[in-house]
Design a protein around this ligand. Structure first.
Ligand SMILES: [Fe+2]
Ligand SMILES: [Fe+2]
Length: 292
């Protein structure tokens, strides 16, 4: 019998991402908070980019909002959450500003017969390139995640939470997430149900084939004003037995298939050339959002 919640029914998660306090969408955030209070999902996974520039006031607002959520929460670290202007802090205390929610950061959530296991894809620096906004799954980070998965009781279902989608190369060969291909293969080999990510500001739900089997890749949109090609949204993920159903909920009532992109873009900037992926709803802002 499929077991999900304590009563044996399905498990329901809310997958939020890229709130970007400093440029948050207040209307969308109030709505999400209300949904969480009313519907009480079994857990909330926030896949990074809590702030715009990792400034103290942005973190204060983010921590306050997250601390008020009265359900289990896990928070991943996004590339926007590492001090940007203060290089000393970037290198020596990159996570100090998370103090108020440190227990939630990169924390594993153990739900009935399902674990949400974090995977760090954000790094302080990358010798391979500059800027460092894209992902890198270091051997150490992957090791932590695999160790956590392998320690689970046999038969536990697993969802992995990370900030960057694992796609390693764009169609033209440009490097996106370093070590992403191998990570996808290893996670598929561990039979994880899916990996939840953010970073690109448009939702998606696709299956990546790997030599070790398929891997479900679930991306959440943004809850900020920095939209790419979809209105602000979050994912509702329902796990019923071995089935995972993803709905990209939004205030505009756009149906999920019209919200989801079918290829991973390079970044969260709105598509400006014809070959870039655009969601069917194509809510593309006329000008690029301001980044201060
Ligand atoms: Fe972002
Ligand atoms: Fe990001």
């Amino acid at each position: 019998m499929p077991s999900g919640s304590p009563s044996g029914g399905p498990l329901r998660l809310f997958h939020l991402s890229d709130i970007h306090f400093g440029l948050e969408d207040r209307r969308a955030l109030d709505w999400v908070k209300d949904c969480i209070e009313r519907e009480r999902p079994h857990a909330v996974a926030i896949t990074g980019d809590l702030t715009m520039r990792a400034r103290h006031p942005e973190f204060r607002a983010a921590c306050e909002w997250i601390q008020a959520l009265d359900v289990p929460v896990t928070v991943e670290v996004g590339n926007h959450d590492i001090p940007y202007f203060n290089l000393y802090a970037r290198f020596f205390a990159p996570y100090a500003r998370f103090k108020a929610i440190e227990k939630l950061v990169e924390t594993q959530l153990d739900l009935p017969n399902l674990a949400i296991v974090p995977l760090r894809t954000t790094t302080r620096a990358q010798w391979q390139r500059f800027p460092w906004s894209n992902g890198w799954v270091t051997e150490r980070a992957l090791g932590h995640t695999l160790e956590a998965i392998d320690a689970l009781p046999a038969g536990t279902r697993v969802l992995v939470a990370a900030h960057h989608p694992l796609t390693e190369r764009r169609a033209d060969g440009k490097l996106l997430t370093i070590n992403g291909t191998r990570t996808m293969e290893v996670l598929a080999g561990r039979k994880v149900m899916g990996i939840m990510t953010g970073h690109v500001h448009d939702p998606f739900d696709m299956v990546q084939q790997t030599p070790a089997g398929p891997l479900r890749m679930i991306g959440a949109g943004t809850l900020s004003l920095r939209i790419r090609s979809t209105p602000p949204s979050f994912n509702e993920i329902v796990i019923d037995g071995d089935e995972v159903k993803v709905t990209a909920r939004n205030l505009e009532q756009v149906p999920t298939p019209a919200m989801q992109i079918d290829r991973i873009p390079e970044n969260a900037l709105p598509p400006r050339s014809p070959e870039e992926p655009v969601s069917p709803v194509a809510t593309v802002p006329p000008v690029d959002p301001p980044v201060h």
